[in-house]
Design a protein around this ligand. Structure first.
Ligand SMILES: [Zn+2]
Length: 336
């Protein structure tokens, strides 16, 4: 099956991809219209006039208006996916469904986004990122926030719950990692999985270090969480995986195996660097990629820390915290 055939199959099942423009490097975001009862929109796209125009136009091509939407489902907390939710619900009166653990986040968007930034700044400082980069990134993040929006969740979803639409049942699966709120929707009868950014064909879904939704203060192990979630997704007998960006995934097991092998390789590379001596995550990122653009600093840091977490889990690396900076150190091999 080609990606176009997969999209045609999804369309026959009443699920239509609506690629909506974003101002971000990732390009368009895929929203999905499910022509069922209730008329359902999965994700809304970012809060911009351009995104709104295209959403209206693409819904119009299928004979619908924004006012017709009866249910909005949010797949996760990232602003490219949810920014228009306020406008869509104002115009339509639609219900809004999202995973229960993230309801406070969605409802307190601005405050929680500010807390997220403070959390990220603290992690960056402790892992050696220079202060000027930390400050620059915070202002970039503040300026991006206008593309987000707060959402009043009228239908909190629970992991494992079955969401019944007129023509189909969607099993709700909370699969955190890319973000703490990633939620998949699984139609086992049609073997179609709506996975948003949990799995993307053309890019690896970076497990970003995010502030834990339960307010825990311990640093989250985003990559470990993500790999656990991927392993569970691998078990699904899916034929088509509809993703948050780009084309559908056809052979999700092969793609998940590729991603797992890639993460293992990257961890090995970091272990090689640590064998030369202890380093901060920032030093590791510089050794791997040189001086990256400021906007990529948090991404690369998340990536390095994620792979260090893999090595720590396997007992090959330990974390040394001197109260100011965190460094990673290779463990002497046992008996060596
Ligand atoms: Zn996304």
């Amino acid at each position: 099956m080609t990606p176009d055939e997969a999209l045609a199959r999804a369309a026959e099942a009443g699920i239509h991809r609506l690629p909506i423009p974003t101002p971000f490097a990732v390009g368009r975001v895929n929203c999905y219209l499910i022509e069922d009862s209730p008329l359902t929109l999965v994700d809304t796209g970012p809060n911009s006039g351009k995104a709104l125009d295209e959403l209206e136009q693409q819904l119009g091509e299928r004979g619908h208006a924004i006012a017709d939407i009866e249910l909005v489902i949010l797949t996760h907390q990232h602003i490219d996916h949810l920014g228009l939710v306020e406008i869509v619900t104002q115009r339509s009166g639609a219900e809004v469904a999202a995973i229960d653990v993230a309801v406070p986040f969605f409802e307190n968007f601005a405050d929680d986004a500010e807390r997220d930034d403070a959390f990220a700044a603290d992690i960056m400082r402790r892992h050696g990122i220079p202060e000027d980069v930390v400050v620059a990134l915070r202002s970039v993040s503040r300026s991006f926030r206008a593309w987000g929006a707060h959402a009043r969740i009228t239908k909190p979803l629970h992991d494992g719950q079955v969401l019944e639409l007129g023509d189909r049942k969607l099993e709700v699966q909370h699969r955190p990692g890319h973000s703490p709120s990633d939620t998949l929707f699984w139609d086992s009868e049609r073997r179609i999985l709506i996975a948003a950014d949990h799995l993307i064909a053309h890019i690896s879904s970076n497990p970003l270090l995010s502030r834990p939704l339960d307010g825990a203060s311990e640093r989250p192990k985003a990559l470990l969480t993500y790999l656990d979630s991927l392993a569970r997704t691998r078990e699904l007998d899916a034929e088509i995986v509809l993703t948050g960006h780009g084309d559908p995934v056809i052979d999700h097991r092969a793609l998940i195996d590729d991603r797992m092998a890639m993460h293992a390789r990257r961890a090995e590379k970091i272990f090689g660097l640590l064998a030369e001596g202890p380093r901060t995550a920032y030093e590791l990122a510089q050794a791997l990629w040189g001086n990256v653009a400021v906007t990529q600093a948090y991404l690369t840091l998340s990536e390095v820390i994620g792979h260090a977490d893999l090595l720590i889990r396997d007992g090959r690396v330990r974390e040394i915290d001197d109260g100011r900076l965190v460094r990673f150190e290779a463990q002497a091999p046992l008996g060596g």
